[in-house]
Design a protein around this ligand. Structure first.
Ligand code: PEP
Ligand code: MG
Length: 327
């Protein structure tokens, strides 16, 4: 099977009825970028910039950040890279940051990611400059984690724009275009999508966090694994609403959580109208094989019916459909 997946590398992730899916990989370290060539992926849909901070004994200075981002962009070439600003705090503690780590009762819902970054903004200013300079002469795609309310996105974007103006004033070469996106992983944001959509160029759904918040079920607790099923009516209906809200606004919606790396889950996502996935590199072969065996129109009709009258065991019904349709 591995050889069969390797043979797929240069074939497009396109359904039998001619629908092209954008299949990207998740990455976080310099060496992960090799996955682009190995898998034939369309780009990096989630570059977790906090990894560089987590593996370092001291705070990575701006020059070091910039070097990493430049190397990643150079190796990616024409393929897009979406940089996520640091998602630290909570359980991803940094000893050198002097942030009171390990003291929160619910770190996943704690002072992390954008919440921390907007308050300790020196960190994000340095990162913004590193990203802006690294992407000189090309498109910079940047997205913010754990956005809960539209104003948080606006503030983060304004911080980047201020750094852009600062660098321009110093005669620095800048990106030709900056595309700003928000991660959708806090359910509250979905209730204000109409306000957010005019401000963003793209959305990326973080289904790992989104699921734990929707179900109030810790993603790291094995006792709750059964309550954390991505193939549940609540998740799929939620995502469907997001897709339907974003479409008229012309905002593309990607999924970058682990959910998209499982073929059956990815099939359900495509069935509800998502056509951009960013997944773990090892999943590219299996997910591409699934996509190439699909009739998307047929699948779409089936999933729409399923969501109208959800069966208790969504997974079983989707599996049955996949088998019956040679997926
Ligand atoms: C997610 O929450 O789904 C996600 C992609 O981000 P992380 O797993 O890094 O929290
Ligand atoms: Mg997340």
């Amino acid at each position: 099977r591995r050889a069969a997946f390797a043979a797929l590398r240069d074939l497009p992730p396109e359904t039998r009825d001619g629908h092209r899916v954008t299949l990207m990989v998740n990455a976080g370290l310099r060496d992960d970028v090799a996955a682009l060539d190995l898998t034939g992926a369309d780009g990096i849909g989630l570059f977790r910039t906090e990894f560089q901070f987590l593996v370092s004994a001291t705070l990575p200075q701006r020059e070091r950040q910039q070097r990493l981002y430049r190397e990643v962009l150079e190796q990616a070439g024409e393929r897009p890279v979406v940089f996520r600003t640091i998602d630290i705090g909570g359980d991803k503690a940094l000893p050198y940051l002097n942030v009171e780590a390990g003291t929160e009762e619910n770190p996943a819902m704690g002072w992390r990611a954008l919440r921390l970054a907007l308050e300790r903004d020196g960190l994000m200013k340095a990162q913004a400059r590193a990203l802006l300079e690294a992407a000189a002469g090309r498109t910079l795609n940047v997205m913010f984690p754990m956005v809960s309310e539209p104003w948080e996105f606006s503030e983060a974007k304004a911080l980047f724009e201020a750094q852009r103006v600062f660098l321009a004033g110093r005669g620095k070469r800048l990106p030709t275009e900056i595309r700003y996106g928000a991660m959708l992983e806090v359910p509250a944001l979905a209730e204000q999508l109409d306000l957010l959509l005019p401000e963003v160029q793209f959305l990326s759904v973080g289904t790992n966090d989104l699921t734990q918040f929707l179900f109030a079920a810790d993603r790291a607790n094995p006792k709750l694994a059964e309550r954390y099923d991505w193939l549940s009516a609540a998740i799929l209906r939620f995502l469907r609403r997001v897709v339907q809200a974003a479409r008229p606004a012309g905002v593309p919606v990607a999924v970058c959580g682990e959910m998209g790396g499982r073929p059956l889950e990815a099939m359900a996502l495509i069935g509800l109208g998502i056509d951009r996935l960013s997944i773990t590199p090892a999943a590219v072969g299996p997910v591409k094989a699934m996509i190439r065996s699909l009739d998307r129109a047929e699948l779409g009709t089936f999933v729409t019916g399923l969501l109208a009258r959800p069966p208790r065991d969504m997974r079983a019904v989707l599996t049955e459909w996949a088998v019956a349709h040679g997926v």
